[in-house]
Design a protein around this ligand. Structure first.
Ligand code: MSP
Length: 652
């Protein structure tokens, strides 16, 4: 039976703000999953979205869209991004999927029934505008640390998970299984900052919002988002459903991969939940570092092009995948800059890999009519290149087992660099000058083609487009020659295969030109961000909330238009005499002459603001305002009661 391997990314918040940092976990997991698959391992790679919680509910409400509809669109965009980046996940789970929701309810029930979840009261300092609880020590000068406004001591009825019960077992788990939580630095962080000071029971339900999975036996509570989210790793495999085939096959997970900021949830809360459910623990939790811009965690519009769609469009998916996998020392933080990105493409991809392939295919074309020649005159200098190729797969296996992804790429580049050096050492252009030299040249060319095949094959988990392009150039169609198995013996490339130099694999970019291009994009992004901000401010002003007492100050009545005429010398204005049941008629001037003729106005019932201070318009005193609705497309219509009402009827 094939070895199995279950790897997961965290499930993503549907924030819609994708930048290259967001893609980091998925690209790394993708490379590992692809590598394992090529090793013949039965891989299950899970990713998805974390869709519940107050934050997303608020954002959707602010956008005026039903929450699920709002999220569906963003999830669609995220899936497009994963498609663009060739993320080869086996399953995409959404926490709003019905099977997940049902399974979470089952889990909650089970934990409640066995006494691991109990009902109590959550007490904390509550900031109403932020809808957030704070502990006393989190307050800043006794006020909300987020918005600085006053807080009040509040109690919320909640369910609690007995996390404290599992504290000693989790400490033991981390101390006695150094492999469980990696890299090492995260172990000390968890032990010293959270576990040894003592775990508190965890509040696992909320009543102050309802966008979540309902607690089955107490539906005014929704399940705490992290309890809901973490269980995705087992519900995606069918845990809690009628069909547990995948769960039985793949659980426990081999690796839960994530950014360092959520290690606490995965290495403390998650094991505690699994212990309570009596389910085996994942084999490894790995908290990688952040891809930063300068010293900040990444965000858009901060001086670097961080939009994966833009970068892939201009430089290709492989350039981005390569940069992400190679640039950052895995486990540590790394910095993205436009400059380092372009430099990586130019040096590693264009100069080293691209050049090697184009030089070799050009020489095979020039010296051997495009057919890979038979090797026949070995020299000691060949041994180093061959050994490097033959030893490569072994090194990569070790690197991937240790999650040393950049080192894996470094090892592949050792072969590329050695092959380029081999060309300089063997000087094919001199060998080509004599018949005797040509005998030796055939061996040199064969060895180089074979080295390139090693490179293309081992690059397959990391880059998704380039290896196929290289195979096409080498004329290799046989899938067996693209497999890890084919790397056992140097010499699998078939003599006589026709190569095709074709187009260059990578372009060499003019650094300054590209930086200027990227600056242009950033400028445009800044402009758009500024315009959006201004629009938000504008909206905030127009939709500023008012209390009922303020609204009650406005007097609205039904009026009937008795007379109407155009205001002389004013294109836009109509002057109406309006019956408001007051005995005498009021004069009201309105800017609606473009939409209504005076004849159309007469007899209409309208809504009038009757307690506005009178104003003079074109010399006429207007004693109120007629209400209209208008839209962005330039339409305008009067507001009228749905059925005829007595003039002067109050509108409340
Ligand atoms: N929804 C939670 C995870 C729940 S898992 C049960 C969450 N989502 S997230 O969308 O905020 O983050 C998803 C992943 O993207 C995390 O691994 C996070 O660390 C990673 N990254 C987001 N920005 C990042 C960088 N700038 N650099 C590297 N990875 C970062 O957390």
């Amino acid at each position: 039976m094939a070895e199995k391997f279950y790897i997961t990314t965290p499930i993503y918040y549907p924030s819609g703000k994708w930048h290259i940092g967001t893609c980091y976990t998925t690209i790394v997991c993708d490379a590992i999953a692809r590598f394992k698959r090529m090793q013949g391992v039965d891989v299950f790679y899970l990713t998805g979205t974390d869709e519940h919680g107050q934050k997303i509910q608020k954002v959707a409400q602010a956008a005026g869209v039903p929450v699920k509809e709002y999220i569906d669109k963003i999830v669609g965009e995220l899936k497009d991004l994963w498609k663009l980046l060739d993320i080869s996940y086996d399953k995409f789970i959404r926490t709003t999927d019905e099977y997940h929701e049902k399974a979470v309810q089952k889990i909650f029930n089970k934990l409640y029934e066995q006494g691991d979840i109990y009902k109590s009261e959550y007490e904390g300092w509550y900031c109403t505008p932020c809808e957030a609880f704070w502990t006393k020590s989190q307050l800043v000068d006794g006020k909300c640390p987020d918005c600085g406004r006053p807080v009040e001591l509040m109690k919320e009825e909640s369910y609690f998970f007995k996390m404290s019960k599992y504290q000693d077992r989790i400490i033991k788990l981390i101390e006695e299984n150094p492999d469980f939580l990696q890299p090492l630095s995260r172990q000390n962080e968890m032990l010293n900052n959270f576990l040894r000071p003592g775990l508190q029971d965890l509040c696992v339900s909320r009543t102050s919002f309802d966008w979540g999975i309902k607690v089955p036996f107490d539906p005014k509570h929704v399940v705490y988002v992290w309890l809901d989210a973490l269980t995705n790793y087992i519900t995606a495999l069918g845990y809690g459903s009628d069909d547990t085939t995948l769960f039985d096959k793949y659980w426990p997970a081999d690796i839960h991969m994530m950014g360092k900021e959520i290690v606490r949830f995965h290495s403390i809360i998650w094991p505690a939940i699994l212990m309570a459910l009596d389910i085996p623990l994942p084999k490894k939790v790995y908290g990688h570092g952040w891809l930063k811009f300068g010293t900040d965690k990444m965000s858009k519009s901060k001086g670097n092009v961080v939009d994966p769609f833009i970068l892939c469009d201009r430089y290709g998916v492989d350039a981005l995948r390569y940069y992400m996998l190679r640039e950052v020392q895995f486990g540590q933080d790394g910095s993205y800059t436009n400059e380092s990105f372009i430099k990586r493409i130019n040096s590693d991809l264009t100069n080293e890999l691209g050049n090697l392939v184009s030089r070799v295919t050009a020489m095979v074309t020039q010296y051997f009519g495009g057919q890979i020649p038979a090797p026949n005159a070995e020299e000691p200098i060949d041994a180093e290149l061959k050994e490097l190729c033959q030893g490569l797969y072994g090194k990569l296996c070790k690197d991937i087992d240790q999650l040393a992804v950049p080192q894996a790429l470094e090892h592949i580049w050792e072969v590329i660099q050695r092959a380029n050096k081999y060309i300089d050492e063997t000087t094919p252009w001199i060998l080509a000058k004599s018949e005797e030299g040509k005998v030796r040249l055939a061996t040199v060319m064969y060895n180089l083609c074979e080295a390139i095949r090693y490179v293309a094959t081992t690059l397959r988990p990391f880059l998704t487009k380039t290896p196929d392009k290289i195979f096409a150039k080498l004329g290799i169609e046989d899938e067996a020659l693209k497999s890890f198995d084919s790397l056992a013996v140097f010499g699998a490339t078939k003599v006589g295969t026709t190569v095709d130099k074709g187009e260059a694999l990578f372009v060499r970019y003019d650094l300054n030109k590209e930086l200027a291009y990227m600056d242009g994009i950033i400028e445009e992004q800044m402009k758009q961000a500024k315009a959006k901000e201004e629009k938000q401010v504008e909206n905030a002003v127009t939709i500023q909330e008012i209390g009922i007492e303020e609204f009650e100050k406005v007097q609205l009545k039904v009026g009937t238009i008795v007379e109407c005429e155009k205001v002389p010398k004013a294109d836009k204005l109509l002057c109406s005499k309006v019956d408001l049941g007051e005995g005498s008629l009021r004069t009201i001037v309105s800017g609606i002459a473009k939409y209504y003729t005076p004849e159309e106005m007469v007899g209409k019932q309208v809504v009038v603001v009757t307690n506005l201070k009178p104003v003079k318009l074109c010399g006429i005193e207007s004693q109120g305002m007629v209400l209209c609705a208008s839209d962005d497309e330039g339409n305008l219509t009067l507001i009228s009661p749905a059925t005829k009402m007595k003039s002067g009827s109050e509108i409340r």
